[in-house]
Design a binder for this molecule. Structure first.
Ligand code: CO
Length: 212
């Protein structure tokens, strides 16, 4: 029987022991509750773990991950995570972090039939279509893929700004939305965009009249 999973249990035992060795109160303190300042919306890709690439620890980042770090406004999972993070945990920053070399982006740029996954990839194809003139002008395929990765992040940040959750929060308090791209080849994050206020960044039709 394939039992590579056992190394995860061994790893867990080592993790628990070493944390307790460093700080005997570590788990006791964490079990008191969480108050993270950040919500991370990232790709499910195994090479982009939120805490590891940001040098943070348990308790610091609330995390949602899906294929190609999408913010789809009918995704009840994403919206529930967002609502909880913003309204209950009161995070100060929401970060959409894409990554170069993203398989979801590459898949969306092809015409391959991926079955059920076509439904998800369609959201990325829509971003391509929106920026088709700019993207089609980039001859190098890798560069075109990288650019779609960046544009996709920016669009997902704007999708956040269009949500009722974020717009209601902006009436109440400051909240920053960030768009980042992580380089799998160098481990570095590039800061692409920041949104403090919906009026600067989304078209009028998406702006909701919410009373304070
Ligand atoms: Co990816």
């Amino acid at each position: 029987m394939e039992n590579s999973y056992k190394k995860l249990i061994d790893g867990n035992r080592h993790f628990s022991m070493s944390k307790k060795f460093e700080d005997p109160e570590y788990f006791k303190n964490l079990s008191l509750g969480q108050k993270p300042d950040y919500l991370w919306i990232g790709c499910s890709d195994s090479r982009v773990p939120a805490n590891e690439v940001t040098g943070t620890h348990s308790g610091e980042i609330f995390v949602h991950r899906n294929i190609a770090n999408m913010v789809v406004h009918t995704d009840v999972n994403l919206l529930s995570v967002l609502e909880y993070a913003v309204k209950y945990l009161e995070v100060k920053h929401v970060i959409v972090c894409g990554h170069y070399g993203c398989g979801g982006i590459k898949a969306a740029m092809s015409n391959t039939h991926f079955g059920f996954l076509n439904n998800w990839l369609r959201n990325i194809k829509d971003v391509y279509f929106k920026y088709q003139t700019e993207l089609d002008a980039i001859e190098n395929e890798d560069k075109r893929t990288d650019r779609l990765t960046e544009l996709n992040v920016i669009e997902q940040v704007r999708n956040l700004a269009k949500t009722t959750i974020i717009q209601e929060t902006w009436v109440q308090r400051p909240l920053q939305l960030h768009g980042w791209v992580y380089g799998i080849n160098n481990g570095l994050i590039t800061d692409l965009s920041i949104i403090h206020n919906e009026k600067d960044n989304i078209e009028p039709i998406y702006r909701l009249n919410i009373l304070p």
